[in-house]
Design a protein around this ligand. Structure first.
Ligand SMILES: [Zn+2]
Length: 222
């Protein structure tokens, strides 16, 4: 029996910090020509542009708070416009966002095709986050887990000095991880109950993880 290939084109990627969801989302976006959207990325641009929504986001970021659901949803609604295909990375982050996002998609008759939960051990998340080095000159980010570089080395791109962000302490990172779990576990449970969640082990190499996601998005339908 020969099946039809149906491309999953409404996709959400969730997972802990440093699980590589941003990288995978942009690889998949390029491979399938589906727009990749990161609410964090949009908000960074809005903050840089000092737009009204950017200034609002800035206040939360300064106080070290997560962006409220309402703000994230406004950004998404604005971005969605007339689009019907997307790969979201890091959204929805809370159960409130997931429920409202569902309503938005239902109104537009464009239901989600799949939600990938990128899974990785807590130890690996912490090791990756602690291994992160930033160039003090050009802002490029490297990781001692994947690159043969150490703190104080010269940036391969611009020769600037590589430093560790001062807020990347083990305590702060453990807090971020705990926060992720508190907010995102209910999101994963919600999508499981809808039969949309697929857990993918991402301890493997980046290209291997990409091949798994790529094949799944392009799955043959019988
Ligand atoms: Zn540099």
């Amino acid at each position: 029996m020969s099946g039809r290939t149906i491309l999953k084109s409404r996709v959400v990627l969730i997972g802990p910090p440093a699980c590589g969801k941003g990288t995978q989302a942009s690889l998949l976006s390029a491979a399938f020509s589906i727009p990749h959207v990161s609410t964090g990325e949009i908000l960074r641009k809005e903050r840089a542009a000092e737009s009204p929504i950017g200034l609002e986001a800035d206040r939360y970021a300064r106080e070290g708070h997560l962006f409220p659901d309402d703000l994230a949803l406004r950004v998404v609604r604005q971005w969605m416009d007339n689009r019907t295909r997307f790969i979201f990375d890091g959204f929805p982050r809370t159960i409130g966002q997931a429920i409202e996002f569902d309503k938005m998609l239902f109104e537009r008759s464009i239901p989600l095709d799949v939600v990938y939960l990128l899974e990785i051990s807590d130890e690996e998340v912490l090791a990756r986050m602690l291994g992160r080095l930033t160039c003090s000159k050009c802002g490029a980010v490297y990781n001692t887990r994947f690159h043969a570089l150490a703190m104080g080395d010269a940036c391969p791109k611009c020769q600037g000095s590589l430093v560790r962000r001062s807020d990347d302490t083990r305590e702060a990172l453990e807090h971020r991880l705990a926060e992720y779990k508190t907010f995102t576990q209910p999101v994963a449970d919600y999508y499981t109950s809808k039969g949309l969640l697929k857990a993918i082990d991402v301890e493997a190499a980046r290209d291997e993880v990409f091949q798994i996601l790529y094949a799944d998005m392009k799955e043959e339908a019988l």
